[in-house]
Design a protein around this ligand. Structure first.
Ligand code: FES
Length: 104
């Protein structure tokens, strides 16, 4: 199994074409499709960790339903956004959060 996203034309569950979007993650463009969460866009691009804890341990998606807070990112200047809940919008600016910078 892979975390990479299938192109719409190869995905039997989604026959309609995607509406593409692009977000910037730490200044780098990452493409996804309308309807995906930020975590979905990141996972679809092959990224599995984007935050570190206070002691430097890597984190990404754990629960995927907004409970664990492992997936926190900064979105358009707003800190502590759960990437698994926030639907990506074209042009979103996403930044990783480090353990020593994170708030409670
Ligand atoms: S993965 Fe648990 S809150 Fe987002």
């Amino acid at each position: 199994m892979t975390s990479y996203r299938l192109p719409a034309e190869l995905d039997p569950a989604r026959p309609a074409a995607d509406s593409p979007l692009t977000i910037r993650v730490d200044g780098e463009p990452v493409t996804g499709a309308a309807g995906q969460t930020i975590a979905g866009v990141l996972l679809g691009a092959g990224r599995r960790q984007w935050r570190t804890t206070a002691d430097g341990a890597p984190r990404g998606v754990f629960c995927g339903i907004g409970v664990c807070f492992d997936c926190l990112v900064e979105v358009n200047g707003l800190r502590d956004v759960r990437a698994c809940l926030r639907r990506a919008q074209d042009g979103d600016v996403v930044a990783r959060q480090g353990g020593s910078e994170a708030t409670a």
